[in-house]
Write a protein that binds this ligand. Sequence first.
Ligand SMILES: CC(C)(COP(=O)(O)OP(=O)(O)OC[C@H]1O[C@@H](n2cnc3c(N)ncnc32)[C@H](O)[C@@H]1OP(=O)(O)O)[C@@H](O)C(=O)NCCC(=O)NCCSC(=O)c1cc(O)c2ccccc2c1O
Length: 269
Amino acid sequence: MLYRVAMRDLTDVRYEKADHTATVTIDRPDRMNSFRGRTVDELIHCFKTAWTDPDVGAIILTGAGDRAFCAGGDVKERAATGGYGETEWGSFEIERLHRIIRDVPKPVIAAVNGVAVGGGHVLHVLCDLSIASNTARFGQSGPRVGSFDAGFGSAYLARVIGEKRARWMWYLCELIDADTALSWGLVNLVTEPGELLDTARRTAAEVNRRSPTALRFLKHSFNADTDHLGGISHLAFDGLDLFTRTEEAAEGAEAFAERRDPDFRRFRR
Ligand SMILES: CC(C)(COP(=O)(O)OP(=O)(O)OC[C@H]1O[C@@H](n2cnc3c(N)ncnc32)[C@H](O)[C@@H]1OP(=O)(O)O)[C@@H](O)C(=O)NCCC(=O)NCCSC(=O)c1cc(O)c2ccccc2c1O
């Protein structure tokens, strides 16, 4: 079934605007703010709304509750259905969301209020700035649950924190804490949990005092240096689409849903 996203129909995401700052909140706390197809469509809708609103100068991305910023793709949905559910156009638009976060000509600030893992970790990495609660944890989990992000999610991450650390994150699938993330340059600031949103709003307010045209050109120029990774992402998402239909990927998702360790031994080549 297809549907059209409209602001009044948002179910998975909240959109608020105050003091020239748009706050986009992933609102699925019972699933650790993981995303399904509809969540991604709604996020795109909110980012486009903020992009085209001349009254908005900066955007904050955060998660509902105090446990999770975003736990990536909804693995339970994938284990049950093999996909990420209904979408506006029948396609899972995560690659478009990545592009919009990079391309929107306004600074995007991640307020990481809890765990940022898998595709949720990629979202904060793509934001211009990241501010974390001291309870936040960060990691990649694809090789544990039968997935990967071989474009911005790996190569751009390596650009941000260095090759060894990025490979460690992807190969071991361990979570790191906020202080380690700060020391790796993965986040800009760490705050007390209760001060996170105020700090993000204050940062957005500072950004809003700067020349929007200068910021727009700076963002594009920062991006230009790594934009070729979009081509790799494109290739990798097509590869991931094929991979998620395999028994190996299903073993990862099913093991997560069944709360057991995956057994990938039979897939070694
Ligand atoms: C996030 C965790 C580290 C949290 O651990 P913790 O011990 O604090 O909490 P629980 O494990 O007990 O979780 C609480 C509750 O939330 C449910 N939950 C957690 N994460 C998810 C999720 N991703 N999807 C659905 N549900 C989730 C969990 O089952 C519990 O529910 P109960 O009902 O049992 O209480 C830890 O939970 C964790 O490691 N989660 C999995 C993280 C993960 O692997 N994410 C997905 C990676 S793959 C991905 O993100 C991805 C991204 C893409 O862009 C894709 C694009 C195209 C195709 C595929 C893609 C893709 O796979």
